[in-house]
Design a protein around this ligand. Sequence first.
Ligand code: PEP
Length: 252
Amino acid sequence: MRKKIVAGNWKMNTNISEGLYLAKDVNRLVLEANTREVGVIIAPPFTHLTEIIRNVGSSTISVSAQNCSSEQKGAFTGEVSVSMLHSIGCTHCIVGHSERRSYFHEDNVILNKKVKLLLQAGIIPIYCCGEVLKEREEGKLFDVISSQISDGIFNLTDYEFKKLIIAYEPVWAIGTGVVATPQQAQEMHAFIRDLIFKKYGSAISQDTTILYGGSCNAANAKELFSCKDIDGGLIGGASLKADDFIKIVTSF
Ligand code: PEP
């Protein structure tokens, strides 16, 4: 059976003391809520990872990076490698968030390199896909998602693919307060699951966790998570307040 997961993407927010406080608070609330069937992941900035992993990285919550280099090592000033993440005990890494795709021009080829390196190191990629509003309005949304999925992750072996988490994040919903309707989200999640079915077969498609992201919050999570093919959320803004985040974690 596929896993239910709620992951918080903190983006470029919090300093180290604020981040550590937030992580400890989330950890405490998750323990109190005793939601063992839900995997909880937080993705703080790089600078916080070691300290947060040391303090709260545990079987209760997992700690993810928000990005990694597509190169293994060497003269890439400012980059953080997969092996560096591995060496501090980081278990997950977000790949291909729309902000990386648009502001940093990361394409499916680069993202595929990152996914492969992460899997080789035993780190679970959270692979993001999503269409911009114009693509949806022009009816190109399924083509866009189809190529982000097939070019980004469909050269993985069955064994590799099984480790992956996918996040569908319509770009027009990220940070805008305009959440996809449960019907819109479910339609795309079912489409993605069907793509996986055609490529990897029934068992893998049924076992793949597909998260929804984009203005998901404590008020709308329950309805979204009740959809057949939505297995949880990738949460931006609402992951920065422990009380809001835990309400989402307990929305199944
Ligand atoms: C995100 O950035 O992954 C995200 C879903 O952001 P928000 O929840 O703020 O829309």
